[in-house]
Design a binder for this molecule. Sequence first.
Ligand code: MG
Length: 297
Amino acid sequence: MKVNRRDFISLSAVAGAMTAIPATAKGIELPDPKQKAKLRLSCQEGVAPGGSLNEKLDFLEEHGFTGIEPHGGGLPGRVDEYKKALRGRDIKVSAVCAGFSGVIISEKESSRKEAMRSIKEILTASGEIGAVGMIVVPAFNGQTALHHKESRELLLELLPELGDHAQKAGTSVLLEPLNRREAYFLRQLAPAASICRDANNKGVRMMGDFWHMTWEETSDMGAFISGGEHLKHVHIASRKSRKMPGEDEGDNYVEGFRGLKVLGYQNYVSFECGSKGDRRKSIPAAAKLLREQWAQA
Ligand code: MG
């Protein structure tokens, strides 16, 4: 058979699809996780409605959320505020979202040093308020002149120091893959997990964000499974416009949730999104949808 280039590409795509993890677990024997996975909902502080931290916590608790995700910017000065607000509540801090200055994989030493200093400061605060980890993006597009190979090597040189600091503080660094429009260096969960494996430090972990995964992953389930023991946090939003889950037609998280169930995932799924409608209505509606889809997974 004569194979032209177009045929070759489509045949390669078919072969690729056959070797990839299928979209459903049908026909594959998957081991039971040590612990059954739980859906623990969290919401970023800036996404929750309310005029104060206490009002936001009241709202989230009322709707069954057990986690809140503060922004890392200014967090070292808010540790007491957080400790006080969380006292006597069932809700806890899930993760801390970035907020540091500098760029870890910058070609400029001054920028790398600033990133290390700033990340350590926020890691200390993250540990004090009981966060699973602090989310770190190694570099957004345009923030480093280094190529991929140099970037990865540099990151692995610097991560052990951050991982050690995080472990002492009782938390972790959470590497977050983003979509290509934001950060080409780290776009998929499997390469993030392989960086964690190579760092070989319990203070260095990773996460997945359904919004970015929409554009970068071929299988939500496969992506989460490849995160394995390194996966410690998940972000969620609607899949077409990054609004509230369920606000875009066809929003579906079932395959991803199936992956989390295979892992026996025990950490949070946290809202990082806008809202088309009134958040006081759209957040409870999204929580209901996610609980339904979790049950289907
Ligand atoms: Mg995110």
